[in-house]
Ligand binder design. Structure first.
Ligand code: CP
Length: 310
């Protein structure tokens, strides 16, 4: 049991069978997580560092929990409070950490491509926990896994990704992952937030959000990433919410049930109203729960271990 890659840098580099193997392994770990003792000794000889150069709540906690559930030793690094503020480079930072006998690196960085750069300079396996506007592979894996859990095989399932597609690493990784699994992907949102090249990735574009919702089984709603928008791309958040925000009236008007997803953090009242985020249609907290099993599976499969040691 192993993946075709040494690192998990992006979904783009994965084979479909890698994704299937991650899902099957996550199925086993989900069972472990239902037990009273939610732990296996598989990685008790492995040390993982979580290198976060950018803020995170879900991904960081989820990776740390996944590592602990696998009995790995974990070390957490935040750029703030570190010697990065004194000018230390990424490579020097990582080589100093690796000198302390660390086996695997989980990294989030604001620069697109940072994990690929690191992979050329160090021997340890690297897991990309989100790089700039490029990829967030474990988010896409847990998203696809959560759809599969609710709706079965993804082949032919219609998934609409709504919102700030332009600045979203979640959108790009989801597109790669859903395409590999045979789902039909549509993106929707304001034209200023949908890149012109997007159709080249094998997705449809529907600027009318109501039509996009009407024609999907799953809506994955994305956060408006104001921190990455260096010029105004829509008038006001109120206007965005009015034309592109998802509310209960819109869902009720569909006269069918669809799944609502969001990678978090949610801007409540902007891209998603609370009456949708907290509704029976929402599987947002299922996504978070599944994130731990998916990350356990990724870490375990990249470690090259062959037994859970239960
Ligand atoms: N989904 C996600 O990446 O959330 P965080 O930024 O809180 O990790």
């Amino acid at each position: 049991m192993s993946l075709s890659v040494k690192h998990l840098l992006g979904i783009k580099e994965l084979q479909t069978q890698d994704i299937e193997q991650i899902f099957q392994t996550a199925d086993n770990f989900k069972q472990v997580l239902q037990r009273q003792i939610k732990k296996v000794p598989a990685l008790r000889d492995t040390t993982v560092v979580n290198l976060f150069f950018e803020n995170s709540t879900r991904t960081r906690i989820s990776f740390e929990l996944a590592e602990k559930r696998l009995s790995a030793d974990t070390v957490n690094f935040s750029a703030s409070g570190s010697s990065v503020s004194k000018g230390e480079t990424l490579i020097d930072t990582v080589n100093n950490i690796l000198a302390m006998k660390v086996d695997m690196i989980v990294m989030r960085h604001s620069a697109s491509g940072a994990p690929w750069f690191l992979a050329q300079h160090v021997d340890a396996s690297i897991i990309n926990a989100g790089d700039g506007t490029n990829e967030h592979p474990t988010q896409a894996l847990l998203d696809a896994y959560s759809i599969r859990e609710k709706l079965g095989d993804l082949k032919g399932k219609r998934v609409t990704i709504i919102g700030d597609i332009m600045h979203s690493r979640v959108a790009l990784s989801n597109i790669f992952c859903l395409n590999k699994l045979g789902a039909e992907v549509t993106v929707s949102g304001p034209p200023t937030l949908i890149p012109k090249y997007i159709q080249d990735l094998g997705v449809k574009v529907e600027y009318d959000v109501k039509k996009a919702l009407q024609n999907c089984d799953v809506a994955n709603v994305l956060r408006i990433q104001l921190e990455r928008q260096h010029k105004p791309l829509f008038s006001t958040l109120r206007e965005y919410s009015l034309y592109y925000g998802i509310n209960k009236d819109m869902l009720d008007s569909l006269q069918k049930e669809i799944l609502i997803m969001h990678p978090g953090p949610i801007n409540r009242g902007v891209e998603l109203n609370s009456d949708v985020a907290d509704s029976a249609n929402s599987i947002i907290l299922d996504q978070v729960e599944n994130g731990v099993a998916i990350r356990m599976a990724v870490i375990y499969l990249l470690s090259g271990k062959t037994a859970l040691g239960e």
